[in-house]
Write a protein that binds this ligand. Structure first.
Ligand SMILES: Cc1cc2nc3c(=O)[nH]c(=O)nc-3n(C[C@H](O)[C@H](O)[C@H](O)COP(=O)(O)O)c2cc1C
Length: 333
C-alpha cells in the first residue's frame, strides 16, 4: 500500500465511527418548520425534481465527495456510481490526486454513463500543478464539473500536510477562467463563510459547497492518526473549529444572493435536506451517510437514496410544499 492509499483506508475506517462526527451536533434540529396540518396536496403529487448544472435530477442532493485511492476505494466508488446512475442523482468522486499521480484508470464514467459526475482535487494541488492537472482530473472521468476542496485545518492536523497556502485563490481563479467545465469550491467540514464566499465570487466562482461543521470532523479524524504528542497538544483546541452549516447557509446566501450554494456538512436525512433548501441552498450533499451502504452494495446505496427522497417528500408534505419553490418559502421559526 502507498502512503496515500493507507491514509485513505484509515479515513474510511475512522469516518464510520460516531466519535469522529461533530460532538456538538449539527444545529439543524434548532431549525423548525411551522407545521402545516392542512397540506392541501397529496403525498404522491409532490415533485422533488431539481436542476443542477443545467440538467434535471431526481432530487436536490448529491453523493458527496469521498475517497477512492485505497484497496476498497474502487468498490465503494462502483457502488456509488451505479446507484447515482440508477437514481439520476449526481455523484462527486473523492480526491483524484492519487489516481492521477499513480496513473490509475478511473472507472466512474463507465459505471455511470449518464449521471452528473464531479471531479475532485485539493486546492493546494492546483497551486503546484495548476490547470493541467485540473483538466486531466475532469477528462479522466468525463466530469460535468470539478470540485476543488479547501481543507487548511485538515492539512495542519495531518502529518506532513500542506502548510503553504499562498496563491491558492489565484490558482482557483485561473481554473475557473480556463477549465472546460464549471468549478465548485468546497470545504470539508469547517465551512465556507460569507467573507470567503465573496472572495471566491470575485474570482469567478459560481458554485460553493458550504461543507460546514456538524457532521464528519476531519480535525478529529486526523488527530486520531497523528502519533505526535506535541502536534496533538497543538491541535486539541481546534477540534471544533468552524461554523455550523445551518448558520453558514443563510449568512452566505444573504451576502452573496447570486452565488449557487450546496448545503452540506452534517446533512443526515431528508428533513435536513429540506432545511438547507429553505435556507437558500440550490441543492445539498451528504458524504458520510453514504459510506456504510457504499461498502455493502449498489442496492444498499439505491435504498439509502430512496429513503432520503421519501424523507424529503414527507418534509414537503408536512409544510404543504408541492415543489421546491414552495419549500423555499415555507414558514420557519
Ligand atoms: C470517507 C470520506 C472521505 C472524504 N474524502 C474527500 C475527498 O477526497 N475530497 C473532498 O473534497 N472531500 C472529502 N470528504 C469530505 C466530504 O465531501 C464532506 O465535505 C464532509 O465529510 C462533510 O460532509 P458529511 O458531514 O456529510 O460527511 C470525505 C468525507 C468522507 C466521510
Amino acid at each position: 500500500m502507498t502512503d496515500i492509499s493507507s491514509r485513505k483506508a484509515d479515513h474510511i475506517n475512522l469516518a464510520l465511527q460516531s466519535e469522529h462526527q461533530s460532538q456538538q451536533g449539527s444545529g439543524f434540529d434548532r431549525l423548525r418548520f411551522e407545521p402545516n396540518p392542512l397540506p392541501q396536496v397529496a403525498l404522491e403529487e409532490i415533485d422533488l425534481n431539481s436542476n443542477f448544472l443545467q440538467q434535471t435530477i431526481s432530487a436536490p442532493f448529491l453523493i458527496g465527495a469521498m475517497t477512492g485511492g485505497c484497496d476498497n476505494g474502487e468498490l465503494i466508488n462502483r457502488h456509488l456510481a451505479e446507484a447515482a446512475e440508477a437514481c439520476n442523482i449526481p455523484m462527486a468522486v473523492g480526491s483524484q490526486r492519487a489516481a492521477l499521480e499513480l496513473g490509475t484508470q478511473q472507472q466512474a464514467r463507465r459505471w455511470a454513463p449518464s449521471a452528473i459526475l464531479l471531479g475532485n482535487l485539493g486546492a493546494t494541488q492546483l497551486q503546484k500543478q495548476g490547470l493541467d492537472m485540473a483538466q486531466r482530473a475532469v477528462d479522466s472521468i468525463a466530469a460535468n464539473g470539478l470540485m476543488i476542496h479547501l481543507n487548511p485545518l485538515q492539512e495542519l492536523v495531518q502529518p506532513n500536510g500542506d502548510r503553504d497556502w499562498n496563491m491558492v485563490l489565484e490558482a482557483i481563479e485561473h481554473c475557473v477562467a480556463n477549465l472546460s467545465v464549471p468549478v465548485i469550491v468546497k470545504e470539508v467540514g469547517a465551512g465556507i463563510g460569507p467573507g470567503s464566499a465573496k472572495r471566491l465570487m470575485d474570482a469567478g466562482v459560481q458554485w460553493v459547497e458550504v461543507a460546514g461543521r456538524g457532521g464528519t470532523s476531519w480535525a478529529s479524524i486526523e488527530l486520531a492518526r497523528n502519533g505526535s504528542a506535541r502536534e496533538r497538544e497543538i491541535a486539541a483546541p481546534f477540534i471544533d473549529w468552524g461554523m455550523d452549516t445551518v448558520e453558514l447557509l443563510p449568512a452566505v446566501h444573504g451576502a452573496c444572493p447570486t452565488l449557487n450554494l450546496i448545503g452540506s456538512g452534517g446533512v443526515r436525512h431528508g428533513l435536513d435536506i429540506a432545511r438547507c433548501i429553505r435556507l437558500g441552498a440550490q441543492t445539498t450533499a451528504l458524504a458520510q451517510p453514504f459510506l456504510k451502504p457504499a461498502l455493502e452494495s449498489t442496492e444498499a446505496v439505491i435504498e439509502k437514496i430512496a429513503i432520503l427522497q421519501e424523507q424529503l417528500r414527507w418534509a414537503m408534505f408536512l409544510t404543504g410544499s408541492q415543489n421546491l419553490s414552495q419549500l423555499r418559502n415555507a414558514t420557519i421559526q
